[in-house]
Design a protein around this ligand. Structure first.
Ligand code: M6R
Length: 610
């Protein structure tokens, strides 16, 4: 949610911190701030709004401090305001803290600190950390931090500095990501890989409870007992240019257009033509007996990744003998899921940092499940906690609205379904080869599908004043109707619902009139006639129909308002192709409404709170 960054080294800290904040702005953007220690004096600058507002405050100032901290916020405790913006300080203004996460016991801690005479300046949970540090300060910074975090409950990634030790940063975390990097010019901490890519590609991932001291060109790691530990770096082969807009108006549009190449990366070196199967090196550690004797599969995720899971269920149940259940991560962990040591849990997460999904994963693991995750971000918490990880290799996804992560998740689930079908014998070699041929065609088909961009841009103009939208589809494309509705609502703020087309007559049909645009996905398959019946039900009630099909001639006769053809592919791959026009339509409607669509209101890229 929030993004934190710290730098200490030979260079001026402020430009490095500002650049890092800009790269992490998608994590949260309601306020931002920086802290520097300049000639023994704390310089704190904070502003309400995006990083640009902070830049305005700083534009006429120069600082030569070589150490500093920065923060971009997604409000949890306390409304967005300058006072609630980080960094936060203690009563004397000696400790400086930036925080990502939630201190769950902050209220009790705060009351206790107030009784001891501490004066709070903000409504945030974070400020208690600064006052606790002050309260616990023994002169030894590391021990002070240890004592402080011992009383914290909840999730936190903390960057800490003290005015009397102006060249030192301390970092520690629990259930929130924190990444440490180093190059010839200095040492860095950040919530996110993208903030550090410019500086280093060999990064350390801090584990829960670990503490790190960044000082004098040296990084030292300690466990929660402050015993010195050694950590290995992970090499990240993302290129910093990948995290830039490259001439596109928005990251979202760039990421939509990157889907053919992203999917090629997902497939790369995973197609096993000899065995008509998939190389899933990621699950080599899984016992073959376990894979053949899976009792049930749980697919667990949130948001767009949850929609991918719904498609995954169709694929797995069609191609393998296994039963697949789909759960929202936050629902899974609070019910009593029937998990045993024969359960395979597939956790899907672009960021790998979604708190709900991490908690569900932990719950599943505790109950004995084997965890296979589908993640995009290397070394993320979900990836690290899993028994095996299938990386989608989509490259950095900056836009808050997920696009290329989704289609690469769909491809990953398609591959898993082939793998499961092959090991359990429900897919024979000939069928396997056919499926592999079909999936390797997908990047080219998506290139063709993207040619709809201009037509959808024109169409979008009709809808910029609409208040509601309905998205209908059947079977394996029903999750794409949900995804189309989610894309539209999160970036255009138009209310939208996705429904299985057969469900419309059970209630939503009451909403249909001439003001209701209805998007209908009607691929050529065994459900087409039924979908077309639903289309006529919409037409009969005056709804405006926008149909995406594979063969116009089958749909034309129904007097549809707008028809678009998408390229043909096999039934099970239509969700990938159908996703593209959903993304483009939402994008162009939002763009023409003038929303801040890469950073929609109230949202953040990775939701690291429950
Ligand atoms: O990083 P994750 O895939 O775990 O994120 C899950 C959801 O928060 C995410 O898909 C969200 O729904 C997106 N904003 C959708 O565009």
């Amino acid at each position: 949610m929030c993004g934190i960054i710290g730098y200490t080294g030979k260079l001026d800290a402020l430009p490095i911190i500002m650049e890092g904040l800009q790269r992490m702005e998608y994590r949260g953007y309601d306020s931002a701030g920086v802290a520097l220690i300049e000639n023994g004096k704390l310089e704190l600058r904070r502003s309400l709004g995006k990083i640009i507002e902070l830049k305005k405050i700083l534009e006429n100032e120069t600082f030569s401090a070589k150490t500093g901290l920065g923060h971009t916020r997604w409000a949890t405790h306390g409304r967005p305001s300058e006072d609630n913006a980080h960094p936060h300080t203690d009563c004397k203004g000696k400790f400086v803290v930036v925080h990502n996460g939630i201190i769950e016991n902050y209220y009790d801690l705060k009351q206790d600190l107030i009784k001891k005479g501490h004066v709070f300046k903000s409504e945030t949970d974070t400020e208690v950390v600064a006052h606790l540090l002050e309260e616990n300060h023994s002169g030894d910074l590391l021990k002070t931090v240890k004592k402080t975090v011992e009383s914290l409950q909840g999730a936190y990634a903390l960057g800490i500095m003290h005015i009397d030790d102006p060249e030192t940063l301390i970092a520690t975390c629990n259930a929130s990501p924190l990444i440490i990097g180093k190059n010839g010019s200095g040492l860095f901490l950040a919530s996110d890989i993208t903030a550090l890519l410019e500086h280093s590609k060999d990064l350390y991932f801090l584990e829960n409870g670990e503490v790190c001291v960044l000082k004098n060109e040296k990084i030292e790691f300690f466990n929660s007992d402050l015993e010195s530990i050694k950590k290995e770096t992970t090499h990240i082969d993302w290129n910093p240019v990948m995290a830039q807009k490259q001439g596109y108006k928005h990251y979202m549009l760039k990421e939509i257009f990157e889907q053919p190449s992203a999917i090629s990366e997902t497939l790369m070196s995973r197609i096993n033509w000899d065995d008509a199967s998939i190389y899933l090196d990621e699950i080599e550690g899984f016992d073959e007996d376990f894979m053949k004797n899976i009792s049930r599969i749980y697919l667990v995720a949130c948001g767009t990744a949850w929609h991918a899971c719904l498609v995954g269920k169709y694929l797995i149940e069609k191609r393998s003998p296994f039963i697949a259940h789909v759960d929202y991560s936050h629902e899974f962990r609070y019910r009593n899921p029937k998990v045993d040591d024969k359960t395979l849990m597939i956790c899907v997460s672009q960021s790998g940092e979604t708190a709900d999904t991490i908690a569900a994963l932990e719950e599943g693991k505790k109950r004995g499940a084997k965890i296979l995750s589908i993640c995009n971000v290397l070394g993320s918490t979900v990836a690290r906690k899993s028994d095996g990880v299938l990386y989608t290799r989509a490259g950095p996804e900056i836009s808050v609205a997920s696009t290329k992560a989704f289609t690469t998740q769909l491809v990953s689930l398609f591959m898993i379904s082939i793998y499961l079908g092959r090991i359990s014998g429900t897919i024979d070699k000939a069928k396997g080869i056919k499926m592999l041929n079909d999936i390797v065609e997908i990047p080219d088909l998506l290139e063709k599908t993207l040619e709809m961009n201009n037509d959808l841009k024109k169409l979008a103009g009709r809808y910029i004043y609409k208040q509601d939208f309905l998205f209908l589809a059947r079977g394996i494309n029903y999750p794409i109707a949900l995804e189309g509705a989610l894309k539209l609502k999160e970036i255009s703020y138009i209310h939208a619902e996705g429904y299985p087309a057969g469900e419309m007559k059970h209630g939503p049909i009451a909403l249909i009139d001439q003001d209701m645009p209805v998007v209908i996905l009607a691929p050529k398959n065994h459900l087409l006639d039924k979908t077309l019946t639903n289309l006529q039900e919409v037409k009969a009630r005056g709804g405006e129909t926008i149909v995406f099909c594979q063969d116009k001639s089958e749909v034309d006769k129904y007097n549809v308002d707008h028809i678009f053809e998408v390229p043909e592919t096999i039934h099970d791959l239509t969700p990938i192709v159908m996703t593209i026009p959903m993304q483009l339509l939402a994008y162009h409607i939002a763009d023409q409404r003038g929303t801040d669509l890469d950073q929609p209101r109230n949202l953040a890229k990775s939701v690291t709170v429950e």
